[in-house]
Design a protein around this ligand. Sequence first.
Ligand SMILES: [Cu+2]
Length: 208
Amino acid sequence: MNGDSSGSLDPKGPRAESIADTWWLMLGLGVAVFVLFAVLLAIGLFRHRREGEAPPSERRWIVGGGVVLPVLVLVVVFGATIAAMRTLAEDAPPGALVIEVTGNQWYFEVAYPDAGVTTVDELHLPVGRPVEFHLTSADVIHGFWVPELGGKMDMLPDGVNVLVLQADEPGEWGAPCAEFCGLEHARMQVHVVAESPEDFAAWIESQQ
Ligand SMILES: [Cu+2]
């Protein structure tokens, strides 16, 4: 269903990359802290058994490991998260392609206003060009999410949410509705095709 990809940890665009990088950073820090404390705990248990009581100098380990280290780790994660959020919130540069996606019970309507083309459950985009998605809904709240390209965004019946995504390499992915929207929610999915600008132009022409 998702072609050759494996979701948000297999990013195919700059915004998805910033999300994946943050995830790997958090995993790396978590593993490092876990290993460090497992080792210290083992040493501590071994020593206590041998010496009976911890010397007062070990209090600095408690302050260091219980206060200083968590603060450092959280500051690093906070900084990385803010940086990723800024990347995700950047406006589309001039020349971005506008694609309007409307959630319906239970399908995605995809419109290319400049080309006068509308499709259902099929979304094509050119590789290497930022796309400004205008997301809305015709009925209830739906969710737009192409894990390989970036974060998810709600599709609301009473407004338009803007999400900028870019594909850096060709590929085909499934983008399931990311907000429970009724009986057929589980089968609601848009097929996403990222292709070369030439192939995209040819596809648009074939749809006109
Ligand atoms: Cu839906």
